[in-house]
Design a protein around this ligand. Structure first.
Ligand code: NAD
Length: 500
């Protein structure tokens, strides 16, 4: 079956897409955009038009925020017990899993993601995350504190409470549209907040379907609203909206800064999960087969469109050549094709624009004198496929070494001493993640505290857990997704001091 036939076949099977023109989801129902405009949603493997989604305006954002606010302030929402929210989140987790076939097909159609990855990570991991966050709804707590107040007279009772921060905005990228939407929505609902979700204009489909599932789980209409459209219009209006108490954003560092600036004007709280240029440090005693496998996944998983991708490889010189050979062999053997083909290991990039950007980095790296170990060309015809690419000998100042490519492009550099590796690893404005590969636990323990990164893996890369907070040092962001930190991020901490 050709790529086009595979996509057309999937398209026919999804009832949700029979509508073709998809409005916003506000206050529990579909709304046509105020301006009447729609944006195309395109399959990056074939350039087939899959659907059109509303091109949201500031007026649409106003309507969504008003719905979220009315729900948040309603008596029925306030009277929900934590156990009620827990039960509804639990149902949502089951619904995400039960609708996994459809949700994963939508992910593959709109983003080119391998269907198996969508099933396992976006749907499977997403459903588990919702279940994990469901548990937090009944476990948020304040503290009773001993105090030293010296004002004579009464006794003093001092304690803290965690209260929902209020109407929250979730602005999410295209690389894990369903999973990252859940990373925001689930802790927000667990904490007692209501939400306006703005998916990427390139991948709005699973967010819209998810909003229906949220209602099916028992949440009221205004608990999760979805406004689709561009970042410049709908996203910017949401980040700057005075009715938003907290914005949780995942995307590029450049956009994150804009969101942060807009939020500060209203003193809106914000969490920013931004870009990365994550190093992997390989010591000479490492198990090279394990490293080759781990780094291949680290950089080529989801075509390298992963914020924590192991895009900078630093290898101790005695094993540099051997490791590069292993990596090149593994990269050349990867099967490139449609995400719907279970044999495929590398799918298309998300869009033509992103493909052009990645190819520009590759061309520039060549022009700057980097050696292509393997790859470096377009693969297949018709969609936005790039060969898994490895560069060696790139100058330290080259853009491909310093900037986030967000594609299947690895840059390898040798080092002699561990100090040099740590210095290079930290020599970046980013600080999202890093990995260390060695058989020596002592060496790993010594390196971990020296790395300026929100997550450090040892003998692994890109391994996430719903309980482990994820976020960045430096320009990779502020605040944390996942774990207890995420749900606490949707709360205000109130101190109570009572004269008894
Ligand atoms: P992006 O910054 O272009 O867009 C992200 C979201 O912001 C989209 O919904 C977009 O429409 C919206 N947006 C754009 N301009 C806006 C504005 N002015 N105001 C408000 N919203 C706006 O990012 P992308 O290309 O969709 O995603 C890729 C980026 O996301 C990469 O840099 C990647 O590293 C990052 N990312 C980070 C994490 C993490 O956990 N740190 C996870 C996944 C992706």
């Amino acid at each position: 079956m050709s790529l086009l036939e595979a996509s057309r076949e999937q398209l026919r099977r999804i009832p949700f897409l029979s509508r073709r023109r998809l409005g916003h989801f506000i206050d529990g129902r579909v709304h046509d955009p105020v301006g009447g405009a729609y944006l195309p949603v395109v399959d990056p493997a074939t350039e087939l038009l899959i659907a059109e989604a509303a091109d949201g305006s500031a007026a649409d954002v106003d309507a969504a925020v008003a719905s979220a606010r009315a729900t948040f302030e309603s008596r029925s929402w306030k009277s929900l017990r934590p156990a009620d929210r827990e039960a509804m989140l639990y149902r949502l987790s089951e619904l995400v899993a039960a609708n996994g076939d459809e949700l994963s097909a939508l992910e593959t159609l709109q983003g080119g993601k391998l269907r198996e990855v969508a099933r396992r990570i976006d749907v499977g991991g997403g459903a588990e995350l919702v279940r994990y966050m469901a548990g937090w709804a009944t476990k948020l707590e304040g503290q009773t504190l001993d105090n030293s107040i010296s004002i004579p007279g009464p006794q003093w009772l001092t304690y803290t409470r965690r209260e929902p921060v209020g109407v929250s905005a979730a602005i999410v990228p295209w690389n894990f549209p369903l999973a990252i939407a859940l990373w925001k929505i689930a802790p927000a609902l667990a904490a007692g907040c209501t939400v306006v979700l703005k998916p990427s204009e390139q991948t709005p489909l699973t967010a819209l379907r998810l909003a229906e599932l949220v209602m099916e789980a028992g949440f009221p209409g205004g608990a999760v609203n979805v406004v689709t459209g561009t970042g410049a219009t709908a996203g910017a209006a949401l980040a700057a909206h005075p009715g938003i108490a907290k914005v949780s954003f995942t995307g590029s560092t450049a956009t994150g800064k804009r969101v942060g600036h807009a939020a500060v004007d209203n003193m809106t709280r914000f969490t920013l999960e931004l870009g990365g240029k994550s190093p992997a440090i390989v010591l000479e005693d490492a198990d090279l087969d394990q490293v080759a496998q781990g780094i291949c996944t680290g950089i080529f998983f989801h075509q390298g469109q992963v914020c924590t991708a192991s895009s900078r490889l630093l290898v101790q010189r005695p094993v540099y050549g051997r490791l590069l050979d292993k990596l090149a062999r593994a990269a050349r053997s990867m099967r490139i094709g449609s995400g719907f083909d279970p044999q495929t290991e590398l799918g298309p990039l998300v869009s033509r624009r992103h493909f052009d950007r990645v190819m520009d980095y590759i061309d520039e790296a060549r022009a700057e004198g980097a050696t292509v170990v393997t790859g470096g060309r377009r693969a297949l015809e018709g969609g936005w496929f790039v060969e898994p690419t490895i560069f060696a000998d790139a100058p330290a100042r080259a853009a491909v070494v310093r900037e986030e490519v967000f594609g299947p492009v690895l840059v390898a550099t040798p080092f002699d001493e561990v100090d040099e590796a740590v210095e290079r690893a930290n020599d970046t404005p980013y600080g999202l993640a890093a990995s260390v590969w060695t058989r020596s636990l002592s060496a790993a323990h010594r390196i971990v505290p020296r790395l300026q990164a929100g997550t450090v893996w040892v003998n692994a890369h890109n391994v996430l857990d719903n309980a482990l907070p994820l976020g960045g040092y430096k320009q990779s962001g502020t605040g944390r997704d996942l774990g207890r930190a995420a749900v606490e991020g949707f709360t205000e901490l109130k101190s109570v001091c009572m004269a008894v």
